[in-house]
Design a protein around this ligand. Structure first.
Ligand SMILES: [Fe+2]
Length: 433
């Protein structure tokens, strides 16, 4: 076995540990009552996420990769995300907090033993380059972000805290021109990329302008002050219907505060910060804002070209700043801060064309439906992405302040229903050149 394989093994173990530290922090921050409570019909009880993380690790690493005996085959059905809607999970005979903690620890011991013996340098595609382990690391980090979103929906005194994100040295405004032409979208080389990011393919994108920064709270408040929520001209017809039915008047978690607005963030209510990206808006609200502003949302291909295409070489980078993995200098990721940062706070993370903070801060709505790329092949299971393909879901890009660096890339694709705003969603605008 090469030392390269041993280094990969060490890196996998470190990533598994880092994900588990975060899971523990998110689940130890609240008491048992809060862990089993349903904080929103859109979310699972936190204790479900906890045991589900362990169950997926058991299914893929212990049983499939390791070929070991099941730890708890009897609970597979309870923690199968396709068997029970989130709103119904509280009523299931779930493991309690102590049982769930014991279960995930037992599974982890076995998974680390499987890792010690796995042939990462050859053999099955599932195991090569540590893919199955990388998939499980990302899965746990994705559930950690989901649990963070549950924390945002929970009522009661604050239990999470973090320092504020850095302030910008120079504020970033305006837009850039992305010249028309072909670029490489998706990837064949990113070893832990998921099936929907593959394969790499050439896409022609006509010239377009894209905003250098995400839409801010001040920008969005101007739309609201201009009567944006009351004017059907700015809304698509399904968007307007939803706006009417749901009675939308502002982003989620906003409330009137004298003449202005305040927002509740992880249990703390304070006036909105004008130059921070707006967060907790749905696709329909983002589209309506863009139409009002005389712009539109970028397509997914436009977003990825703005994020990855290097005009000097014509190649697509892993990230806007280059091929280097994200560090805290590049992007607001990993729950280091509990809010998005103002534009200009991460100049080292800008793209070659000068587009800022594409990675981190807020998930960005695109105008694109979620589909497989040409040549898509489900791997390792259809339920990861293929069953979600179609017009019901819109693609989100770039990750948020709550996304871990292991679970986002220039090619990473997220998706959700256009009405959803419980995740850390914002947007930036584009327009035809
Ligand atoms: Fe899951």
């Amino acid at each position: 076995m090469t030392t390269e394989t041993e280094r990969l093994r060490e890196r996998v173990a470190a990533e598994l540990l880092r994900a588990r530290d975060r899971t523990v922090r998110l689940t130890e921050a609240v008491d048992e009552g809060d862990l089993v409570a349903q904080h929103s019909p859109l979310m699972s009880p936190l204790v479900w996420d906890l045991a589900h993380v362990g169950n997926q690790e058991e299914l893929w690493l212990v049983r499939d990769v390791g070929g070991r005996e099941p730890v708890r085959r009897d609970i597979d059905e309870l923690y199968d995300a396709f068997k029970h809607a989130r709103r119904d999970r509280r009523a299931l005979p779930l493991l309690n907090a102590a049982e769930a903690r014991r279960y995930v620890a037992q599974v982890r011991d076995k998974a680390l033993d499987v890792l010690d013996h796995a042939r990462l340098d050859q053999g099955r595609r599932l195991v090569a380059d540590g893919f199955a382990f990388g998939m499980i690391v990302q899965h746990e980090q994705q559930h950690d972000e989901t649990m963070l979103a549950t924390h945002q929906l929970r009522s009661g005194p604050p239990v999470l805290s973090a320092p504020p994100p850095p302030a910008p040295a120079t504020p970033v405004t305006g837009e850039v021109l992305v010249p028309g032409g072909t670029f490489t979208m998706g990837t064949d080389t990113e070893v832990w990329a998921l099936d929907n990011e593959r394969p790499a393919h050439q896409v022609f994108v006509p010239s377009f302008h894209i905003d250098r920064a995400a839409v801010t709270n001040a920008d969005y408040a101007a739309f609201m002050d201009a009567g944006g929520y009351d004017d059907p001209r700015w809304w698509s017809s399904p968007g307007w219907n939803h706006r009417q039915e749901a009675g939308l008047v502002a982003p989620a978690h906003w409330r009137r505060d004298g003449q202005g607005w305040a927002a509740t963030t992880f249990g703390r209510t304070e006036p909105i910060v004008p130059d921070e990206p707006v967060v907790h808006v749905g696709f329909h609200e983002a589209s309506a804002y863009a139409t009002w502003a005389g712009k539109r949302l970028p397509t997914e291909a436009e977003w990825e070209k703005a994020a990855r295409w290097d005009p000097a070489t014509g190649r697509s980078r892993r990230y806007p700043w280059g091929d280097e993995s994200p560090s805290p200098q590049h992007a607001n990721l990993g729950q280091l801060h509990l809010r998005p940062a103002a534009a200009g706070a991460f100049p080292a993370g800008a793209s070659p064309l000068g587009v800022h903070q594409l990675i981190g801060d807020v998930w960005e709505w695109t105008s694109s439906d979620f589909h497989g790329y040409p040549g898509f092949a489900a791997f390792p299971y259809r339920e990861y992405s293929e069953v979600f393909f179609g017009p019901d879901y819109k693609v989100l890009r770039g990750g948020s302040f709550g996304t871990d660096r292991s679970a986002v890339r220039g090619t990473f694709r997220n998706w959700d229903y256009p009405i959803r705003r419980q995740i850390f969603t914002g947007f930036r605008c584009a327009r035809d050149a």
